[in-house]
Write a protein that binds this ligand. Structure first.
Ligand code: NAD
Length: 441
């Protein structure tokens, strides 16, 4: 008995004179492979195979390139497989899915057999004047458009010709509230744009610019969509530089009655650029100069719509001040073209989008007389506070980088809005409706 440990392994220990195999040579398999390759010209065949494969991948490099599905922010489709790419990776590819004119990446090819799809685009303020024309162009291009509008100044009538089109959706929503949608692009136009409307509730006007962050985080930052801000020539205030270049920082009264709009748009530009720099959001900024055309709000205090409506109603044309202050007037189709080029292009901006033709208010009144009623009278009224003396865009940057310039002169464009105004003014009177005249109350 005892706690004796018995070593049983000794029984299996080989004796010193038993068989031991040759030590394995580590290079033996390599030399065997080399000998094998050198025999019967096998190496030559390997080189020929490599050469053929290199040739094929050089001649057809895009035939297997990944294709980014335009609608999806979350998946990247390869013809015979589906791969998940995180948002950061998609953003690197983002140019590949912008398929409209001026496509950002003309070299990206779509695999044979796959049709180009339209984009999914949000237009805030899409039931308004400019927004509804933009929606028409995007739908015509084959995109799917979601209009977000609270109908403060916009009208369903502006977009109702798209009702029933599966590529069109309309959401009644105030953009100061958060909104989550999966889209590729956001054109942000929602904003009371005329003095009558933005002065109606100036606190709400300025706050809505600050709450722009809801829109950018909910729509653009979250899904990596491109965000275009429609800013304004009002950021130049009463300019001391003429014509105004994008590099000019402006001369804005920060405490005047127009400041809720002017400073609001400046704040919106700041927020947009800070999201771009800080969070990598893809942004575009357009500084829009006076624009006119069909579907403008009637009697909203903007000079072109005022004069046209007054001339049609046989009322005197009201000129504020001495009528020598100047503005430039851009037809709406030119603006829409510029906005789309900016969105599709590679440059953040800001870009001036306006017609450099410069008119005094009296000259504009004369064109309205020529176009609508040569007997229309002119009536002078005291000028409004902080009315800028001069406005004229320098559009060299847009010409050079977007290949854009306006095509429609004032004398050509003005007649194009007259029949729309006539029909709405007399139609409105017949129906006793006042939907377009919210500002005049
Ligand atoms: N038309 C111009 O001459 C001009 C010049 C400079 C800048 N802009 C800018 O272009 C954009 C469009 O201007 P427009 O002339 O078409 O004006 P508009 O008043 O016809 O359109 C603005 C649209 O935004 C909607 N909207 C306003 N506030 C909203 C809110 N909080 N939530 C949701 N929808 C809201 C309105 O209902 C309307 O449909 C505006 O941002 C404006 O500041 C226009």
């Amino acid at each position: 008995m005892g706690s004796e440990l018995i070593y049983r392994g000794s029984e299996t220990q080989p004796s010193s004179d038993s068989y031991s195999p040759k030590p394995v040579k580590p290079w033996a398999s390599v030399t065997r492979t080399i000998h094998y390759l050198l025999r019967e010209q096998r190496l030559l065949f390997v080189f020929v195979g490599i050469a053929i494969a290199t040739l094929i991948f050089t001649v057809f490099p895009t035939s297997r390139a990944p294709y980014v599905a335009p609608h999806s922010r979350f998946t990247t489709l390869i013809p015979d497989s589906i791969t998940y790419f995180p948002i950061e990776t998609q953003q690197k590819f983002s140019s590949a899915h912008r398929l409209g004119f001026g496509s950002a990446n003309p070299t990206s090819k779509i695999p044979l057999g796959l049709k180009r799809k339209g984009l999914r685009i949000v237009v805030t303020g899409g039931a308004g004047f400019v927004g509804s024309h933009l929606v028409d162009r995007l739908i015509a291009r084959g995109d799917s458009v979601i209009v977000v509008d609270n109908f403060f100044t916009g009208r369903k009538q502006n977009v109702m010709h798209h009702f029933g089109n599966p590529n069109f959706e309309l959401i009644r929503h105030d953009v100061v509230e958060p909104l989550l949608l999966e889209v590729d692009q956001i054109y942000h136009l929602a904003c009371p744009a005329s003095p009558v409307h933005y002065k109606f509730n100036p606190v709400k006007t300025i706050i809505s610019f600050i709450l722009l962050q809801n829109l950018i985080t909910g729509l653009a930052k979250r899904v990596g969509a491109r965000f275009l801000l429609t800013s304004t020539s009002e950021v130049y205030g009463d300019p001391l530089q003429h014509p105004q270049k994008e590099t000019y920082w402006g001369n804005v009264n920060p405490i005047g009655v127009r400041s809720c709009y002017d400073e609001g748009k400046r704040t919106a530009e700041t927020l947009t650029m800070d999201y771009h720099r800080g969070a990598g959001v893809e942004v575009r900024i357009a500084r829009i100069f006076n624009t006119y055309g069909p579907r403008m709000c009637i009697d909203d205090g903007r000079v072109v719509s005022n004069f046209v409506a007054q001339a049609i109603r046989k009322e005197p044309l009201t000129v504020y001040g001495d009528g020598k202050q100047t503005r430039s007037f851009q037809y709406v189709s030119d603006l829409v073209e510029g906005l789309m080029r900016l969105m599709e292009g590679e440059h953040t901006g800001p870009f001036n989008l306006g017609n450099p033709g410069e008119f005094t208010m009296l000259e504009l009144a004369e064109v309205v007389q020529e176009t609508i009623d040569p007997n229309a009278k002119i009536e002078f009224r005291p000028n409004t506070e902080d009315d800028p003396h001069k406005r004229k865009p320098d559009i060299s940057r847009a010409k050079e980088l977007l290949g854009w310039e306006p095509k429609v002169s004032l004398r050509k464009g003005l007649p194009l809005m007259v029949s729309d105004f006539r029909q709405r003014i007399f139609g409105d009177h017949k129906e006793g409706s006042n939907t377009n005249n919210a500002s005049s109350s």
